[in-house]
Design a protein around this ligand. Structure first.
Ligand SMILES: Nc1ncnc2c1ncn2[C@@H]1O[C@H](COP(=O)(O)OP(=O)(O)OP(=O)(O)O)[C@@H](O)[C@H]1O
Length: 232
């Protein structure tokens, strides 16, 4: 069951609950739900693969079949990378006992919602799709509050800093750069009206959050941040 949920397809098909799956039968989702139900009834572990993507096409949450290089899958893939990068940073932060790891947990969950929204192109979405994959702007407000809190404690920036400052900090910087790539991949989708503008806003704010959290982690660990110096 766990691996079934972890699979990226379940990122979309378990958007909320199993009842959602039966209501919204995209080929992939229907297939996954059916195979899960059958295999569960036979007491067998459900298979993670459906082979429906073998020919280089996959499904949006609304059931459209598109080539895997489509902008939607590009954005989904980058969002997935971002969550993985944050997951790694979180592990380093946990080792150091940082107090903000609950924020990273929450952000990873919101990124699932970002994926759901991206995987649901508005032009092919039905009312119920839209209702289920609606993105909440509250996540942007949360990020802003966390950034402001870090900033109150941090010394003012007077130089360009380079990704550094210990493993937690460097990993958060790496996540920040993946976040900016995710933002670039989402921008055209939002601009064309196919995803919620708050998704773009969230990613834009998230890179600021990751930058500030990286600096905060370095400060709390007493690790020096490298400063940019013009090479002589
Ligand atoms: N390479 C990819 N990068 C990003 N998103 C993808 C990619 N392939 C598929 N997706 C999206 O993620 C969901 C889950 O991916 P998954 O690998 O299960 O799809 P698939 O390749 O179509 O199916 P299968 O792997 O069972 O053949 C898909 O329904 C699609 O929305």
């Amino acid at each position: 069951m766990t691996s079934f949920i972890i699979k990226p397809s379940l990122l979309r098909c378990f958007v909320r609950t199993r009842s959602f799956i039966s209501e919204h039968q995209t080929p992939k989702i229907l297939c996954s739900a059916r195979s899960y139900a059958t295999e569960r009834d036979n007491n067998k572990a459900p298979k993670i693969y459906t082979k429906t993507g073998d020919k280089g096409f996959s499904s949006t949450f609304t059931g459209e079949r598109r080539p895997k290089e489509d902008g939607v899958f590009e954005a989904l893939g980058t969002t997935d990378e971002l969550s993985s990068a944050i997951g790694l940073a979180r592990e380093f932060c946990l080792e150091k006992g940082h107090t903000f790891t609950y924020q990273l947990d929450k952000i990873q969950c919101v990124l699932q919602d970002v994926g759901s929204n991206i995987a649901t192109p508005q032009s092919s979405a039905r009312e119920n799709h839209l209702k289920r994959t609606k993105f909440s702007a509250q996540s942007v407000t949360d990020l802003e509050a966390w950034i402001d809190h870090f900033t109150e404690e941090l010394p003012t920036l007077t130089n360009f800093i380079l990704p550094s400052g210990g493993k937690s900090s460097a990993a958060l910087h790496l996540a920040r750069t993946v976040c900016r790539r995710a933002e670039r991949s989402v921008a055209p989708i939002v601009r064309s009206g196919e995803a919620d503008p708050d998704v773009a806003k969230f990613l834009n704010r998230l890179s600021d959050y990751l930058f500030t959290a990286a600096r905060y982690a370095a400060m709390k660990e007493g690790s020096e941040e490298k400063i940019y110096r013009r090479p002589e």
